[in-house]
Design a binder for this molecule. Structure first.
Ligand SMILES: Cc1ncc(COP(=O)(O)O)c(C=O)c1O
Length: 391
């Protein structure tokens, strides 16, 4: 049975609620029956095997969050005080947060207008000047960044590239799966992601040794002997065997989820395409995004521009969010760029003459994109949105 989770009694429409295919309960019950009610067990191993097979990696390590997955990779790279890490500017704070906690200095890279993802030209400039110890390139809203161009830039300087594919499971880049670039990649299974384990993440890499090392670190870095032996201190980041059951069930319906996400995007496009002020997040020619979220840019009016507060989304975006909220519909602005975050006020930022990420923050809107959305709900969302633009 298909369930569109996180439905409120009042019929609230959420931005990206979980979508269950039906196998999840069975797999969770199996996990219970095995009595591995623990952060290890056969369901964790199965989820890892099936994720690795689905994404084309030799191995995968399941952990408790995407943030934890990134933290493990930063640890494996020895990121610490005095190091610089280059990161996409337009992202969620987790892309850089664990490196910051380790004392690294973040450097942010603007987006490319054609994909909204990391701009390779700005990255090249930043690498020349900053000599970073690592690069984190984000696959924004379910679209891969330009793996080949970014990969070449990192390779020629010998800098490890981490792909933050938290939002992009199922996306393709020139026929490859999301994450298939650089040294290693992470996925997230947070409640709002393409598939969820309620909370969870995955480390993947073409370098099987990297995944093995991440797995060991995620389990307190215990040495493989019968007593407790530690050559270094690790973490308790392993995924629970119970939540891995949700993951195995979710993976079985990934293709259905991807089809539905695409259909939702197409429905919005059919309804909003001719509206002069609205454009959709562009699709780069190199791949197929998942449309994890349908995201639009709404051109500001002259008045919106005049009254805008640069630290906030534009007044037209705030009006749209408010109008939708009044109808119990959740929407969100595009990520606030990292270089505009008060906590990163001192960080270097590489952009052209006009910051793309600032423009997208001020004028971007993430529309409800849950797999259970009906055509009727999409119509209603669009009507409210368009009315808010008239005001
Ligand atoms: C781009 C990006 N990176 C990392 C994360 C962190 O993942 P998690 O919430 O599983 O820690 C998220 C979302 O949550 C994300 O959107």
């Amino acid at each position: 049975m298909v369930r569109n989770g996180m439905r409120s009694k009042t019929g609230r429409i959420f931005l990206s609620p979980p979508w269950m295919g039906g196998e999840e309960r069975k797999r969770v019950a199996e996990a219970f029956d095995s009595n591995y009610i623990a952060p290890c067990g056969p369901m964790v191993e199965r989820f890892e095997r099936e994720m690795a097979a689905r994404t084309g990696f030799p191995d995968a390590c399941a952990v408790s969050s995407g943030t934890g997955a990134l933290d493990l990779l930063f640890d494996l790279l020895g990121i610490g005080p005095g190091d610089t890490v280059c990161c996409s500017d337009l992202t969620f704070i987790s892309s850089i947060g664990p490196a910051f906690h380790r004392g690294a200095t973040p450097v942010f890279i603007d987006s490319d207008r054609g994909s909204w993802n990391l701009d390779p030209a700005q990255l090249a400039r930043a690498i020349d000047r900053e000599r970073p110890k690592a690069v984190v390139a984000v696959d924004l809203y379910g679209q891969c960044c330009d793996y080949d161009r970014i990969g070449v830039i990192c390779d020629r300087s010998g800098i490890p590239l981490i792909i933050d594919a938290a939002e992009a499971l199922g996306a393709r880049y020139r026929g490859r799966s999301a994450g298939q670039a650089g040294w290693a990649a992470v996925f997230s299974f947070n409640g709002n992601k393409i598939i969820t384990t309620s909370g969870g993440g995955m480390v993947v890499s073409r370098d099987a040794a990297c995944v093995r090392a991440a797995r060991k670190l995620s389990q307190q870095a215990r040495e493989p002997v019968s007593w407790y032996e530690h050559e270094r201190v690790g973490y308790n980041y392993r995924m629970s065997n119970i939540t891995a059951g949700i993951g195995v069930g979710q993976l079985a319906c990934l293709d259905t989820i991807l089809t539905r996400k695409r259909a939702i995007f197409e429905a919005y496009r059919a309804r909003l395409d001719g509206v002069a002020r609205i454009t959709f997040m562009p699709e780069a020619a190199y791949g197929t995004p998942t449309r994890w979220l349908t995201v639009i840019r709404i051109a500001p009016t002259a008045r919106d521009r005049r009254t805008a507060d640069p630290a906030k989304p534009g007044p037209h975006i705030l009006r749209a969010i408010q109008a939708l909220e009044a109808a119990d519909i959740e929407s969100r602005p595009v990520w606030k760029p990292m270089h505009l975050q008060p906590v990163f006020a001192q960080a270097a930022y590489y952009a052209g003459r006009r910051s793309v990420s600032e423009d997208l923050f001020r004028n971007g809107l993430c529309l409800p994109s849950g797999c259970g959305l009906t055509r009727r709900q999409i119509d209603r969302i669009c009507s409210i949105l368009l009315r808010s633009l008239e005001g």
